[in-house]
Structures are given as structure tokens and as C-alpha cells.
Design a protein around this ligand. Structure first.
Ligand code: ADP
Length: 481
């Protein structure tokens, strides 16, 4: 591994300011999804280490919450400066363990850091309220206080940003945090911890525990010292963890699966729509919860759009993410490859045509060729489930009513996209889509300044933006007689 600063490659957990092994000394191996080579080992911790980390976070919070907002902001800013300084190393680590192209890894580090910078600023604006009282001798006030210890579980698709989007608002308001990163991508998380340590963030404020998901998850969700639980991952695991949190009535934030519609109306700028779709669909090899999953194209432009899309997809360069020119990396693991393969097979068995790709790619064991399917219908698996891979399925539609109904025909409600140049249609569609986020003539919508989150089974709460603070504070009402 060619890091400028090899000290960022950590193979221990970070608990209470110390780099530690699992109590039973067990570890688990992390492989590079590009060629399955061994990258390193991390501790295989369980409930006992999670409990230690929670207790450390609980003790650390006593003094962390007493700092001024400006002091906490300064710590965050210092951490952000170090992340900027070590951006290249962090990007290399991410590509090695996750497989995404290095250009995307660099962008993710910038995106991840944008949350730390944003919440370093927001830390100083956690305002309360004064409420006009009904009684002359009473004063009514609202204070916002840090909720306490936060526990978080994060996924492998954005190994850095999903951590900072949770820990930055938590630390900003005076909470402390314990995080379990995904087993596929612990090294990005541990490198962030190394820089938090270097930034002088006090011991116990930011903790990383790697290891057994269900054991650590059980401790996170049942331990009464944890007052807030935040999860990004699959809907299935999110539901389970939400249920577990009921035992101690924790405040819960969930960012779960999506099934994004991407609608191209007959009045759309087709070139713009293709550019937007390429970014939305193929970023991270299709492994994002806001990737276009069902592409609805109005019949008058269906063939023209398909042709333009085929030309764009043909140009994608596939291979080792460390190669600067590569745009598509491997899928994360065998299960991901199997899901993509099944979705394509199911569509074809039910009448779809593969006009490009449709098979594995020779770049390596976990590669799938970017694929375009036409003649899709709503009975196919892809219509109901998130594919999480580089498959662009094209559905044909006739009317606005029809496409709104098809778009909303899902339990998910995270991101949606549509392309039109008619202002009346734009408002009608934007209001009718049952989604937490709507890209209008835009395929890349995530930013630290706007609220990220979903309707329906896509989750609870919002991350980023001024709304993102709310998930980490309690509201306290004072009635002064
Ligand atoms: P994916 O299928 O995309 O990997 P998951 O929801 O399985 O999505 O994983 C997201 C995160 O949830 C990962 O950090 C993973 O380790 C964790 N996880 C998976 N199963 C459990 C569980 N039973 N309890 C707690 N965490 C879990």
C-alpha cells in the first residue's frame, strides 16, 4: 500500500482514545474487491467492546457537552483541515477496500469533509426559542440540548461520508459517538479516527468498533446509555434495529433502501437527461441508495433516448479503481454480483431485451458489464427491488398519470428524478412524487447544505443541512413562574 502517511492504515479499533484489539484477540480479514488480494485485518469485536466504547462515550460526554459551541467547532475545523491534508491517502484507502474509482473516492472524501465543515459552522447556531406566555407572570423558553451518547452503524458504499454525516452533527451539538463501520470497509473509518486523534478530539468522544454486526448492533440498540441510534443500510436490517431500539425508546434515524424513478418526458433535453442518468445510475458502479433504479421514458422519445444512452454507456472504462481513467469498478462482493445477475436474468426471462451488456465483465471476478435493458414492465424484479448495480432498465410510458402511478408504486421513497422543460409539468410532477428528494433536470443531488432522507420505508429523519442538527438534540421547555 503506497500511502504518504502509513500511520493512517490502522488495524485496531479506536475506543476511549486507545487503539485496541478485540478482547478475545480475534480478527477478520478485509479484501480488495478488485482482485480479492488481502488488505489487512481488523478486530472482531462483539458486545463487550461495544459496551466499553459506549461507557467511554458516556463519560467523555460530561465534559464535551460543557465546552462552548465555539470550542467544539474549532475541534471539528481542525479535524477537517487534517482530512483535507490527507485527502489522497484517504482516497487510496477507500478505493482499495471499496473498489470505487479513485476520482470518485477523492470526491467522496471532499463530500465527507463537507459535513464536518458545515456542522462546525452549524454548531454555533443551535438556537432556542422564547415563547410569548398566556400568563403575565410566566416566561416560557425552549432550550436545545445534546441528546447524549449516539451509536451509529454505517454501510460500505460510502465508507467515509456516511460516518461524517452522522458524527459531525452529533459532535457539533455536544453528543459523543460510537460507530460500527461495515465489515467490508473499516479502514476508511479507522483512518478518520486517526485524524480525529491527531486533531486533539478528546478520548471517548469519537469511537470506532469493528466486528460482529449483530452482537455490536444488539449492544448499541439495547444499552440504555445510548440515547440516539442512527443507521444507514438495508431496509431489512433497519427494521430489525428499529425494533431493537424500542426496548429503550431511543431516538432513531434511518437511511434505508431506495427504488428511484428517473423519468424522461417527451419535452426533456435528452442530452441533459443522458448526462444526469449516467451520473445517477453508474456512480459507484450503481451501488448507491439514490441511484436511478427504474428509468421511465415517454414513448415519443424512447428510441432516441435509448440510442443516446447506449453511446454513453459504451464509453465507460471498467477496471482497477486505482487507474485514473477508470469509471466503473467491481461490485462489493459475491452477493451483490448474484443480485445483479438475478435481476437481469429475471427481466430477460419476462420479455426484456438486453441492448448492451447483460453479462459479467472480464476485468475480474466481481465485475458486471454496465447494462441497458429495454421493454421492461412492472412485474419484473427490478421494478420492485433496488438492484444496486450497473443496470439501466428502460420502461416505456404514455401519460403523466401513468408514470406518476408507476413511480409511486413502491414502499421506498428516497430519491427521484425527472427531466422536463415545461414549468407547469415540473411543479405538478415535483409535488406528486412521494419521495424525500427530487432531482429536476439534475442527476446529482446530494450536498451537505440540503436535507437528505426518505419517505415511506426509506427512512426516518434527515441528514445534512440545518435540519440534520434536529436528530441530535432534545427539546427542553422551561416554564418560569
Ligand atoms: P448491505 O446489504 O448493503 O451490506 P446491510 O444493511 O446488511 O446492507 O449493512 C449495513 C450495515 O449494517 C453494515 O455495517 C452491516 O455490518 C450492518 N448490519 C448488518 N446486519 C446487522 C445486524 N443484524 N445488526 C446490526 N448491524 C447489522
Amino acid at each position: 500500500m503506497t500511502l504518504q502517511n502509513p500511520l493512517l492504515f490502522k488495524q485496531h479499533c479506536y475506543i476511549d482514545g486507545k487503539w485496541v484489539n478485540a478482547l478475545n484477540q480475534k480478527t477478520h480479514l478485509v479484501n480488495n474487491p478488485y482482485d480479492q488480494s488481502e488488505l489487512g485485518h481488523v478486530p472482531m469485536c462483539g458486545a463487550a467492546e461495544a459496551k466499553q466504547a459506549i461507557e467511554a462515550a458516556f463519560n467523555a460526554q460530561k465534559s464535551w457537552k460543557m465546552l462552548t459551541a465555539l470550542q467544539r467547532s474549532t475541534y471539528l475545523r481542525c479535524w477537517a483541515d487534517l482530512i483535507d491534508k490527507h485527502k489522497e491517502d484517504l482516497a487510496i484507502l477507500m478505493t482499495l477496500e471499496q473498489g470505487k474509482p479513485i476520482t470518485e473516492a477523492r470526491s467522496e472524501i471532499e463530500y465527507a469533509n463537507s459535513f464536518i465543515k458545515w456542522f462546525a459552522e452549524e454548531a454555533r447556531r443551535v438556537y432556542g426559542d422564547v415563547i410569548p406566555s398566556n400568563k403575565p407572570k410566566q416566561h416560557l423558553l425552549v432550550l436545545k440540548q445534546p441528546i447524549g451518547v449516539v451509536a451509529a452503524i454505517t454501510p460500505w458504499n460510502f465508507p467515509a461520508a456516511m460516518i461524517t454525516r452522522k458524527c459531525a452533527p452529533a459532535l457539533a451539538v455536544g453528543c459523543t459517538i460510537v460507530i460500527k463501520p461495515a465489515e467490508e470497509t473499516p479502514f476508511s473509518a479507522l483512518a478518520l479516527a486517526a485524524l480525529a486523534e491527531q486533531a486533539g478530539i478528546p478520548a471517548g468522544v469519537f469511537n470506532i468498533v469493528t466486528g460482529n454486526p449483530s452482537d455490536i448492533g444488539a449492544e448499541f440498540t439495547h444499552n440504555p446509555l445510548v440515547r440516539k441510534f442512527s443507521f444507514t443500510g438495508s431496509t431489512q436490517v433497519g427494521k430489525l434495529l428499529m425494533q431493537q431500539c424500542a426496548s429503550t425508546v431511543k431516538k432513531v434515524s434511518l437511511e434505508l433502501g431506495g427504488n428511484a424513478p428517473f423519468i424522461v418526458f417527451d419535452d426533456a433535453d435528452l442530452d441533459l437527461a443522458v448526462t444526469g442518468l449516467m451520473a445517477s445510475k453508474f456512480r459507484n458502479t450503481g451501488q448507491t441508495c439514490i441511484c436511478a433504479n427504474r428509468i421511465f421514458v415517454q414513448e415519443a422519445v424512447y428510441d432516441a433516448f435509448t440510442q443516446k444512452l447506449v453511446s454513453a454507456v459504451k464509453k465507460l472504462r471498467i477496471g482497477n479503481g486505482l487507474d485514473e481513467s477508470v469509471q466503473q469498478g467491481p461490485l462489493i462482493n459475491e452477493a451483490a454480483l448474484e443480485k445483479v445477475t438475478n435481476h437481469v436474468a429475471d427481466a430477460i426471462a419476462n420479455g426484456a431485451a438486453s441492448v448492451f451488456g447483460g453479462k459479467r465483465h472480464e476485468a475480474g471476478k466481481l465485475f458486471f458489464t454496465p447494462t441497458i435493458l429495454t421493454d421492461m414492465n412492472m412485474s419484473m424484479l427490478i421494478a420492485r427491488e433496488e438492484t444496486f448495480g450497473p443496470i439501466a432498465p428502460l420502461f416505456r410510458f404514455k401519460t403523466e398519470e401513468e408514470v406518476i402511478a408507476m413511480s409511486n408504486e413502491t414502499n421506498a421513497g428516497l430519491a427521484s428524478y425527472f427531466y422536463s422543460q415545461d414549468i407547469h409539468r415540473i411543479w405538478r410532477i415535483a409535488e406528486a412524487l412521494q419521495y424525500g428528494m427530487v432531482g429536476v433536470n439534475e442527476g446529482i443531488i446530494s450536498t451537505e447544505v440540503a436535507p437528505f432522507g426518505g419517505y415511506k420505508e426509506s427512512g426516518i429523519g434527515r441528514e445534512g443541512s440545518r435540519y440534520g442538527i434536529e436528530d441530535y438534540v432534545e427539546i427542553k421547555y422551561l416554564c418560569m413562574g
